[in-house]
Design a protein around this ligand. Structure first.
Ligand SMILES: [Zn+2]
Length: 331
């Protein structure tokens, strides 16, 4: 029998739940055979077999013990550089990259409802195709033409905060339209009474008008001390996030930006726990991971003004037949 650490054995015996088949979603399954410290199950409907971990962030990971410790570094210490993590865990750069993204994908998309008064902060990052082999990064060309300040090449992120909840999302690349707001943060803002914004955003202004929200520009500094402190804290949190992405991470590919937004805010709110029952039991992490390119393509073509050049060469056994809700993906 393969040897696992106590944490992994506990994970299999106490944390993982088997409620339905991760492939087709059916609740009709049986124990098929004993497998290390757990069971392999068989679905009566689609006839496929699975483990309690199938589809989760730890699925298909051979060095499970190290992955467990790796995820806990992300939880407790934050995001160290990929090379630091390579040395720390004696793993290859690609492994470190894969593990990080699987862990980030296990943080659920934040669709919490922001009631009452909500603060919005719009951050812009240069559109980036970092890491996409064989595709020239358009930014060098844009820089040469002096178009770097053009909205068209900006990845638009909106952070939201009220006294109870915090979230940050990638909205679009280019100018922010009403449909982008509806798609990305519409659910969050469905019960909001008033919005305080850091500067004019066309789509957000239209959204506020549509929902009859009271829109307040942030530039008029509030006379209420408490509110002013809250606003200033939120502004500096966003500036920290921007600095973190641009300096520490030396920029993030737009493809992954949504994941980093999600992670940063979860880490900041101390709400990120990679092995909590509700997190590790999400069976859609593996299909999301293998379909990221597909989702990214849909995002770029349908929701931005950018074009989509040929994709990277890495291919996975496709998992499009998995049962999962596409809306959970953080775009
Ligand atoms: Zn099935």
């Amino acid at each position: 029998m393969k040897h696992f650490s106590k944490s992994i054995i506990d994970l299999y015996q106490k944390v993982f739940q088997v409620k339905n088949c991760p492939w087709c979603g059916s609740e009709q399954f049986i124990k098929h055979a004993k497998y290390h410290y757990t069971y392999r199950y068989k679905c009566k409907k689609c006839k496929r077999t699975f483990l309690p971990s199938t589809g989760t962030s730890i699925h298909y990971i051979h060095k499970k013990d190290q992955f467990y410790d790796y995820a806990n570094v992300l939880k407790n210490e934050g995001l160290l550089s990929l090379s630091t993590m390579c040395k720390k865990f004696n793993i290859a750069p690609l492994t470190s990259f894969d593990w990080r993204h699987k862990i980030l994908m296990s943080i659920p998309r934040n669709d919490k409802v922001f009631r009452n008064e909500t603060f919005c902060y719009n951050l812009q990052f240069n559109y980036s195709r970092k890491g996409r082999k064989g595709i020239p990064n358009p930014l060098s060309n844009i820089k040469a033409k002096g178009l770097l300040k053009d909205n068209k090449y900006k990845s638009q992120v909106i952070s939201l905060r009220n006294t109870k909840v915090l979230a940050s999302k990638l909205v679009t690349v280019g100018s922010v339209k009403l449909k982008d707001i509806k798609r990305s943060i519409g659910k969050n803002l469905c019960r909001t009474k008033s919005l305080v914004i850091n500067h004019e955003i066309q789509g957000l202004a239209e959204f506020a008008k549509l929902k009859i929200l009271n829109l307040i520009a942030i530039y008029k500094k509030s006379s209420e001390v408490q509110k002013r402190i809250f606003m200033e804290n939120f502004n500096s949190l966003n500036l920290d996030f921007k600095g973190w992405i641009n300096n520490i991470k030396k920029g993030v590919a737009t493809k992954y930006l949504a994941l980093y937004c999600n992670y940063f805010m979860a880490f900041y709110s101390k709400k990120f726990s990679p092995f909590a029952k509700n997190i590790i039991n999400q069976k859609f992490v593996w299909p999301f991971y293998t379909l990221t390119e597909h989702f990214y393509k849909e995002f770029i073509l349908n929701h931005t003004e950018m074009n989509y050049p040929k994709p990277t060469k890495r291919k996975w056994k496709t998992s499009i037949k998995y049962s999962f809700k596409k809306e959970l993906f953080p775009y």
